[in-house]
Design a protein around this ligand. Structure first.
Ligand code: BG6
Length: 515
């Protein structure tokens, strides 16, 4: 006794278990309540939080949108949304409880008078339902309305926090379209709300398996000592989707996949993979470390960008046996669109831990299947003592963090193959989230809505994070606009992307992990 040294800084995961995870009563106000996000994600998430009894009694929802609608109509629509999109189908008793707290407020986003009416409605709910002046505003409108809504929330007094109550705002993506616009938006929101009131949402951070990256790394003593440039050869991060435009052509044509996926989701995953252990899991401790990763990404000159960043568009092809048209034939895409639907990036982090370790990122629409994973490729043993069947030295160890689907983790290592000779073959050790825990991970929006109600901003993006990530992305966007920028590559729908994407790794003597 007394001789065991704690190896993991034990305070890192301690607080979470103790923290109260039930929200105080509040009213959630969704701006843009007629949109897809409300039906597909937000209301199903509120329903599931209700089922799990995580919302305070009296929690209410106000849908705010321009169309005329009665409370009853809105309730009916939301019931349909839960039926269609929730992971649990509506239970009549639970729904009838929730339904009583759902209201609709018709209003324009531009008219101060309508915000005053909203305020009167919320004050009334505080009295009737005991929501105590706690308000969560959710911006689910097209982003061009964000600044205006925030300004009018300020002018109508809705952003102000009364003693003992809170007012918070969740801002959906896209948060700006380049560094300048993100900076301006931060300024506009910051004029009205304090940073502690602002929750910039990135739903990838609400995914259990994304949070599991830190749990794997820092809740175990065996991985972290290897998590650096002494042992890691390179890291791959893939977010592949089999879907195409799915009716979002107009939005996507403006955005492109670099803005749609890399600036936010992929960079968030990257920071969790690469960050230093925080001292505690307090929001700012974690985000300080993530910011350091974003600061350490080496900025590239335009010529280096042409070599290190590949962009491409999908042509017609077939995905999972079904014919798929090319992006230029999708609705709301101009026939001369140059929007990228695939991007592959080789980037480097300038830090003691990661110097010399390339990070390869790829994401694309209309790839063969949906899969998000991070793979850590370790170095070969220092001396090749053994032979393998397929090559002169055994394959390197690979650790794969499977974010979705088939959530889990696997580790590939070498073992002696049966027989009279000493020959090594790779074998795999596998952890599967659903099998081990007997449960599917919950939906990202459930966790994030609850965190915001509780006032925990750990899984939300801080102002400096969003701007640093745009700094890197904007440098690429600017290089692409130069006349000497190489053209867009193409790939057939249903393939793993263009040859140029493979070349990015071949040039370094590597190749993408086969998925
Ligand atoms: C969204 C993007 O933020 O994320 C979509 O706008 C993308 O284009 C989606 O399809 C992917 O999210 P998920 O949770 O399905 O991986």
């Amino acid at each position: 006794a007394g001789c065991q040294e704690p190896i993991i800084p034990e305070n890192v995961f301690r607080q979470e278990g103790r923290r109260r995870r039930t929200a105080a009563p509040c009213t959630v106000v969704i701006f843009g309540a007629s949109g897809d996000l409300t039906r597909r994600k937000l209301v199903p998430a509120l329903y599931n939080l209700t089922v799990e009894q995580l919302l305070g009694a009296g929690c209410s929802l106000v849908g705010y949108a321009r169309r005329e609608k009665s409370h009853a109509q809105f309730r009916e629509e939301m019931h349909g949304a839960i039926q269609a999109f929730s992971r649990r189908k509506p239970d009549p008793a639970i729904w009838s409880g929730l339904e009583q707290g759902i209201y609709y407020c018709q209003g324009s986003f531009e008219d101060l008078e309508h915000y005053r009416q909203l305020k009167a409605m919320l004050d009334g709910l505080d009295r009737e339902r005991g929501t105590g002046g706690n308000r969560l505003f959710y911006l689910a409108t097209p982003p061009s309305y964000y600044a205006q809504i925030v300004r009018l929330l300020g002018e109508s007094g809705l952003a102000e926090e009364m003693p003992g109550s809170w007012s918070r705002i969740i801002v959906e993506k896209p948060f700006g379209h380049d560094l300048e616009s993100a900076h301006a938006l931060n300024g506009e929101i910051g004029d009205v709300f304090q940073e502690e009131q602002i929750y910039r949402i990135d739903h990838y951070l609400g995914k259990e398996t994304v949070q599991n990256i830190l749990a794997f790394r820092l809740g175990n003593a065996i991985f972290e000592p290897l998590w650096n440039n002494r042992f890691v050869d390179h890291v791959e991060l893939t977010v592949a989707e089999s879907l195409g435009m799915e009716g979002r052509g107009a939005y996507f044509d403006e955005a492109g996949i670099l803005r749609d996926m890399v600036q936010n989701h992929i960079f968030q995953v990257l920071t969790l993979v690469a960050m230093e252990p925080p001292v505690t899991l307090e929001a700012d401790e974690v985000r300080d470390e993530k910011v350091k990763v974003l600061k350490s990404i080496r900025l590239l000159s335009p010529t280096e960008i042409y070599r290190s960043v590949v962009r491409a568009q999908y042509l017609g092809g077939a995905v999972a046996g079904k014919p798929a048209r090319g992006i230029l034939d999708e609705p709301n895409i101009p026939p001369d669109s140059r929007t990228e639907t695939y991007v592959a990036i080789r980037l480097e982090l300038e830090s003691w831990r990661w110097a010399g370790v390339p990070f390869y990122i790829r994401t694309g629409k209309r790839l063969p299947r949906r899969v998000t994973e991070v793979s850590i490729h370790f170095k070969h043993p220092p001396y090749a003592l053994f032979q393998s069947e397929s090559s002169s030295s055994p394959s390197a160890n690979v650790m794969v963090l499977r974010i979705q689907p088939d959530e889990g983790m696997s580790l590939t290592f070498n073992s002696k193959a049966p027989g009279q000779i000493m020959r090594l073959d790779p074998v795999r050790m596998d952890f599967n989230y659903a099998t081990s825990f007997g449960a599917e991970p919950s939906e990202a929006y459930e966790r994030l809505l609850l965190d915001c109600m509780i006032g925990d901003s750990t899984l939300f993006t801080r102002r400096d994070e969003v701007e640093l990530s745009w700094r890197y992305i904007t440098s690429i966007l600017e290089a692409w606009r130069r006349p000497d920028a190489p053209g867009l590559a193409t790939y057939e729908a249903g393939t793993w992307g263009p040859a140029e994407g493979d070349l990015l790794l071949h040039r370094d003597g590597r190749r993408w992990r086969r998925l």
